[in-house]
Every structure is written in C-alpha cells, then in structure tokens.
Ligand binder design. Structure first.
Ligand code: SAM
Ligand code: SF4
Ligand code: SF4
Length: 348
C-alpha cells in the first residue's frame, strides 16, 4: 500500500487537474419540483438504509481533505430537508483543511436553519432564486413558497452568514426578462447574482437547445441596460465567469452549456448513498459506501480515491457541446432505473 505522502499534494488527473472541491449531496429529496430539474410526477428515491449517516459523510470528508480537498459544498436535492444538517456542518467545519464550507439551497427552510448553520461554522450560502414574481415561482417550482425563500435570504443576512450569492437558471421564455430586476435585487441585499445557463444534465427532461439563454445573450441584455461590462480576471477554478458593471456591481455567469470550463474542473460529487462521481455528466460512479461499511481501512479508501482520480479524463460539458443535434441526456426510463443519474441526486 503506497503511503499518502507519495500522492500529496500533487496528485492530478489525466488532464492535470487537482482534486480540490467536493460537492456533498446530503439527500436526494426535495421540497420543490423545479421544471428544469425535477419535472416528472413520480421519482424513484435512494433507499433509506443506503443513505450515509452524518458520521460516515464527515469521515469521508476527512479522507478527501487529506487528499487535498479544501472546499466543500452541501447540496442535494434540498440539503435543508436533511435532519440535523447543522451537526454535519459542525463536524466538517472542525477540519482545518476545509477552508471553504458552503451550501446551495432553495431557501425555503433557510429562515429556520440560518442561525444554527451560522453557529455551526458554515462559511457561505448560495440561494437559488429564478424569479422575483411569486406567480412565476409557483409555475416554475410547483410550490407556492416564494415568500419563504425571500424570508430565508433576509434571515441569512441577519444572522451574519457571509458572501451571500443568488443563483438563477435563465431559461428562454421563462425568466430571461428578469435579468436586470434580479441584478438590482442582488444589489439591494448585497448578494452576488450568478446567471446559470440551462444545462442538459440528467433529469432535465424538458431541456432543448432553443431554451438555453446563452452567456452572450445575457451579456447583450445587461450591456443594453448598464453600458460597458468588464470581465473580472479569474483567480480560481470556480465555474462562474465574473463581470463588473460600471457602478462596481459584480455578477457571474456559469456558461456550462455554451462555454464549458472542464479544463480547470477540480470538482467531484458524492451522493447521499456514498457514490462518488467525477463529473456532473458521468454515467457511472464509484461506490465508497460498501468499502466504508465493510470495514475497509482508511489507507484502502485513500488508495481507491487516488487511483480513480489519477485516471480521470471526464470533460462532460465539453463533450456535450461537440454533439451536433444535442438532445436530452438521459431518458425518463433510464432515470427510473438509476436515480443517481439525476442532477437532484448527485447534487448541482
Ligand atoms: N435544491 C438546492 C437548490 O436548488 O439550490 C440544491 C440542489 S440544486 C440541484 C443545485 C443547483 O442546480 C441549483 O442552483 C439549480 O438551479 C441548479 N440546476 C438544477 N437543474 C439545472 C439545470 N438543468 N440547468 C442548470 N442548473 C440547474
Ligand atoms: Fe429545484 Fe434544487 Fe429541488 Fe432541483 S433540487 S427541484 S433545483 S430546489
Ligand atoms: Fe467538471 Fe464535468 Fe462540469 Fe466539465 S462537465 S466542469 S468536467 S463536472
């Protein structure tokens, strides 16, 4: 068994990308049904007995941290429907290797959870908000919960959760007329807004290229409104390209569909049942739950992770872009056979 220091800190995948960033999908359940993510009436859920305990999740995070992961994002499904999430935050925040511990949430339960998350050591919050119009929110998510989300955002600021971000999926014919309003809302609450192109990920069964409102179109609309928009020089492998308006307001665009950024991707994802995915578009994951539950040693799990990552060649979004007549990634039948192919299972 090779010793850890043989790999660290320079173990890279086949495209020279380090492993720095772990997205933890803490549950596949969600209290919304966004049409770009969960448009079906029925879903197949991960069996409860296969869901990792909080201790198992935090144990795996510690292992990943030894291997160079220093950023963790809690996601889902809706992470705040996972019971005792603050306890998990506390366990992860104790690890000094983790420099950035964030959550992406739809915000519905945020008002109740914000204080406990802050006290547990959460660093940052991103709230997904696609519209400022309550009726549009209900049509998009099938839940009449817009006011709860706004209240969650407000409370996050009040309890001192820092660097609030708003993530907006922009879909042609749905909300592309709200870009300016959302930016102005972000200014009011001191949150950075990030516009996300509609992606053809697993579960996005209503996706089509003509609904993608591209980064170029987003910039065109905003330039018309605000004048010259300057790019901000990239300082990390973060997915958003950042821009600054003439008044100094900074915003981001995540252009995974038209301008993928796989060449710098240091992210991987762990599902709530302990399956590790090297790419948002990956068809297969690596089962870390079985070794964990069958008593594999830490060294054995480390060895698995290192050997898998050093063979990684995933560049899913770039490969999707090369397809001429791009259509839905995974059929509903296949999603039912393997729910881990769903974006809401592996985490956005
Ligand atoms: N439920 C939480 C939320 O909505 O913030 C966390 C999980 S959700 C899967 C994470 C992010 O993925 C959200 O910002 C959501 O808007 C985004 N997302 C889901 N489906 C998408 C799609 N088809 N294209 C682009 N972004 C998508
Ligand atoms: Fe919407 Fe997030 Fe739930 Fe998907 S997981 S349906 S994006 S709230
Ligand atoms: Fe990373 Fe895959 Fe997304 Fe490319 S498509 S940025 S490799 S997760």
């Amino acid at each position: 068994m090779a010793h850890l220091t043989e790999y660290s800190p320079t173990f890279l995948d086949t495209l020279s990308r380090p492993l720095r960033n772990l997205r933890l999908s803490v549950t596949d359940r969600c209290n919304l049904r966004c049409q770009y993510c969960m448009p079906e009436e029925e879903y197949v859920w991960l069996p409860r007995k296969e869901i990792l305990t909080l201790e198992e999740v935090s144990g795996l995070v510690d292992i990943f941290a030894e291997l160079g992961v220093n950023k963790v994002r809690l996601t889902g499904g809706e992470p705040l429907v996972r019971r005792d999430l603050a306890a998990l935050v506390r366990m992860i925040a104790r690890n000094p290797q983790i420099k950035d511990l964030a959550i992406t949430t739809n915000g519905i339960l945020l008002a109740e959870a914000a204080q406990a998350l802050h006290d547990a050591g959460l660093h940052r919050v991103t709230v997904s908000l696609d519209t400022l119009r309550p009726d549009r929110f209900t049509a998009l998510t099938r839940k009449d919960s817009h006011a709860k989300v706004l209240n969650g955002i407000k409370t996050a600021g009040q309890v001192g959760l820092k660097e609030l971000k708003i993530d907006t999926v922009v879909i042609r014919g749905v909300n592309e007329d709200e870009l300016v309003d959302l930016l102005e809302f972000g200014k009011q609450i001191s949150a950075e807004v990030r516009f996300i192109e509609y992606m053809d990920v697993g579960g996005a069964t209503l996706w089509s290229m003509d609904k993608v409102f591209s980064r170029a179109e987003i910039l065109e609309v905003l330039t018309r409104q605000y004048g010259y928009i300057e790019p901000v020089a990239a300082v990390s492998a973060a997915p958003a390209d950042r821009f600054v308006l003439p008044d100094g307001t900074v915003f981001g665009i995540v252009a995974s569909t038209t301008t993928p950024f796989c060449s710098t991707c240091d992210r991987s994802r762990l599902t709530a049942d302990g399956t590790w995915y090297l790419c948002l578009y990956a068809q297969h994951g690596i089962d870390l739950r079985s070794p964990l539950r069958s008593g594999a040693s830490k060294a054995e799990i480390i060895s698995t992770i290192v050997s898998v990552w050093t063979m990684r060649s995933d560049r899913g979004a770039e490969e999707r872009k090369e397809i001429r007549s791009r259509d839905v990634l995974v059929s509903v039948d296949r999603l039912r056979q393997d729910p881990r192919l769903e974006m809401h299972t592996r985490g956005g």
